[in-house]
Design a protein around this ligand. Structure first.
Ligand code: PLP
Length: 356
């Protein structure tokens, strides 16, 4: 039976990328060595690093003056690296969910954190709109896609102060105006590659402005100076991510990926809105294209476990919702084909017929 991987992360990758990676695990570029045993200082791997950064910049149209870093530690380490590197006294955070809150918690260790707005009272079912950004704060931090709650900003905000974004779960799903940000970061394990790699797009001129000491490994300047080679970078995950970037380019680039993301999300949300058994959990204007959350409609709550079982038997993997929302979450990252969405819709329609 064909399986469709709706896992929230680590998550689906393009089949071609997995096949190419497996070849490199056996023999990296005809070297007679596995990708797992080559030196990160070898000429072949330096070429991989250079090409990965160049493609990152090309696909996201990153302006001059930015560096793309390839680090370990996950997006969670960035929650503390960001204030370490950019916060002198005061910052502003938009609280749109679990990850935003975790980022905010780390910043509080460095000074005053203004929560510009929060949708916590409604279990993060929408993105707050009308809020004031303090102009004396060092930066505004946002989480562009809230993986757990299924809300997404989908466009770059206008801000009077520099922005920093956690784009872990929507990077490469839409064009981004990078010039509005001094830093964009995320874990690779959704739209980019396997777990173990953290990408950081950083504006060079914004680094080095704080007066406190920054531990060497947590200082962006260290990694800018050493081309992400200060310590051993996650070689395997970087190579796989390069293959994904090549795949994105071959598909027609980020604009084409965005067109597909819209098409897939529209298909699934249309079914959620039509099917009497299900209801979406998020304000329509803030619906995420990447993580689509829905629960059983009023009167059908007792069918949740039955649908979970039904869908699993039909090959749907990873649709169980996060415990803080319940119900279902279909993560529809870039590598998810339209057929996968259609297969889930078919499941929902068949299940509806069984429960007239
Ligand atoms: N930020 C967002 C939006 C996420 O979805 C996640 C993980 O799912 C994280 C941060 C944490 O990432 P990591 O596990 O790489 O630390």
């Amino acid at each position: 039976m064909k399986k469709y991987n709706f896992n929230p992360g680590p998550s689906i990758l393009p089949r071609e990328v997995i096949e190419e990676t497996s070849k490199a695990v056996l023999d990296f570029k005809g070297s007679g060595l596995s990708l797992l045993e080559i030196s990160h200082r070898s000429k072949d791997f330096q070429a991989v690093m250079d090409e990965t950064e160049a493609l990152f910049k090309e696909l996201l149209d990153i302006p001059e003056g930015y560096t793309v870093l390839f680090l370990g530690g996950g997006a969670s380490t960035q929650f503390c690296m960001v204030p370490y590197n950019f916060m002198e006294k005061k910052t502003a955070y938009l609280n749109t969910g679990t990850w935003a809150k975790k980022a905010m918690k780390e910043a509080k260790a460095f000074g005053e954190v203004v929560e510009v707005a929060s949708s916590a009272d409604s279990n993060y079912s929408f993105i707050p709109k009308d809020f004031t950004i303090p102009t004396d704060a060092d930066y505004l931090h946002i989480t562009s896609n809230n993986t757990i709650f299924g809300t997404e900003l989908r466009k770059d905000l206008d801000s009077p102060i520099p922005m920093i974004a956690d784009m872990s779960s929507d990077i490469f799903s839409r064009p981004v105006d990078v010039s509005k940000y001094i830093c964009i970061y995320g874990g690779a394990q959704k739209n980019l590659g396997p777990a173990g790699l953290t990408f950081v797009i950083v504006k060079n001129s914004a680094v080095g402005k704080v007066s406190h000491y920054i531990p060497t490994m947590l200082n962006y300047q260290t990694h800018i100076d050493k081309g992400s080679m200060f310590n051993t970078p996650p070689v395997f995950a970087i190579y796989t991510s390069l293959l994904t970037l090549k795949w994105i380019k071959a598909q027609g680039g980020v604009k084409e990926i965005e067109r597909r993301a819209k098409e897939k999300a529209d298909m699934l949300y249309t079914e959620i809105d039509r099917n009497k058994l299900f209801v979406g959990t998020v304000a329509k204007e803030d619906r995420s294209r990447m993580n689509i959350c829905f629960v059983m409609a009023k009167g059908y709550e007792t069918l949740e476990a039955d649908f979970q079982k039904f869908a699993t038997e039909k090959g749907m993997v990873g649709i169980k919702g996060h415990r803080s929302v319940g119900g279902f979450r279909a993560s529809c990252y870039n590598a998810m084909p339209k057929e996968g969405i259609q297969a889930l819709i078919d499941c929902m329609q068949e299940f509806e017929k069984l429960h007239k």
